[in-house]
Design a protein around this ligand. Structure first.
Ligand SMILES: [Zn+2]
Length: 285
């Protein structure tokens, strides 16, 4: 890969490359090149984020797309066995519904890579396309996290106009990717943690977040979030991690919808095994 007029970009990026020059188109083929659509899909919103006119956001359900069983119908992932054309059409529907110029996503690996997309400079930390959090101040760029039980956590600084979207499963909690992302917003974009507004999307609830091997995989401090011998309240854990990172608890919304209990509305890996991934998107306008 070569940047316009520059040296080959390692990992696909080069510090100083202007965003419009190459980065976004390089990262993902624009689904609108494949098709146009007038279809729109339903999505949920979070009250604490809805009040900001400079922000668009939504958690899409499994409905309103084109994929067949077991990916029916608005599956966003082409890594789970679904037909790529259907996935592309689904992404087009999401893009159209959000009114986004681009929908941006990464390969989520339950790691701690944070992809930073700035209007002035593009930087990556670690491997470029693999990341479990994205931060941007670029309007029109929809950041999408794909989910099937894991959390998507939206973070927004209304004073600095910076957004992040974080993929946080239990491994994300163990590595505290939420605090890492907050710190990156503070140090990279001059955000204030106290100003951040956050929302935790539908995901595995305390009813279904069972970890029989928790003594092997969780730090002892997670026992504060146990609700039974082996069930954990990951919503409360993520809220705690955000608050410890400086986020005001009054600024955090938890959807409180368990994906495994609501496979009629959302994809659930634990509930269904082979299934799709629904999308949570946030975008500056
Ligand atoms: Zn449940």
């Amino acid at each position: 890969m070569v940047s316009p007029g520059g040296e080959p970009c390692h990992s696909g990026f080069k510090k100083g490359c202007a965003a419009k020059d190459f980065i976004i188109g390089t990262l993902m083929p624009d689904p609108l090149h494949l098709s146009e659509t007038k279809r729109l899909a339903p999505y949920l919103q979070y009250q604490n984020l809805s009040q900001y006119h400079q922000l668009k956001h939504g958690t899409f359900t499994r409905h309103g797309g084109t994929s067949d069983f077991p990916y029916a119908s608005l599956n966003t992932s082409d890594e789970v066995g679904d037909d790529r054309k259907d996935v592309a059409e689904n992404l087009t529907i999401i893009k159209k519904t959000m009114g986004a110029e681009r929908i941006f996503f990464t390969r989520q690996t339950h790691g701690i890579e944070i992809l930073v997309l700035r209007a002035d400079i593009i930087e990556t930390f670690g491997n470029s396309y693999q990341a479990d959090a994205m931060i941007t101040n670029i309007p029109g760029l929809g950041l999408m996290i794909k989910q099937a039980d894991c959390q998507a956590v939206i973070l927004f600084d209304p004073r600095k106009n910076v957004v992040a979207n974080v993929h946080c499963g239990w491994r994300g909690n163990v590595q505290n990717i939420l605090a890492r992302t907050v710190r990156k917003m503070v140090h990279g974009f001059d955000c204030s943690a106290a100003n951040l507004v956050a929302a935790i999307a539908p995901s595995l609830g305390p009813c279904c977040a069972e970890f029989k091997t928790h003594r092997d995989i969780f730090p002892a401090t997670f026992e504060d979030f146990m609700v039974t011998e082996s069930h954990f309240d990951l919503w409360r854990l993520s809220t705690h991690q955000l608050v410890m990172a400086g986020v005001d608890p009054d600024n955090i919304t938890v959807s409180g919808i368990c994906t495994r209990c609501h496979t009629d509305r959302f994809f659930s890996y634990r509930g269904e095994g082979t299934t799709g991934r629904f999308g949570t998107v946030v975008m500056l306008t």
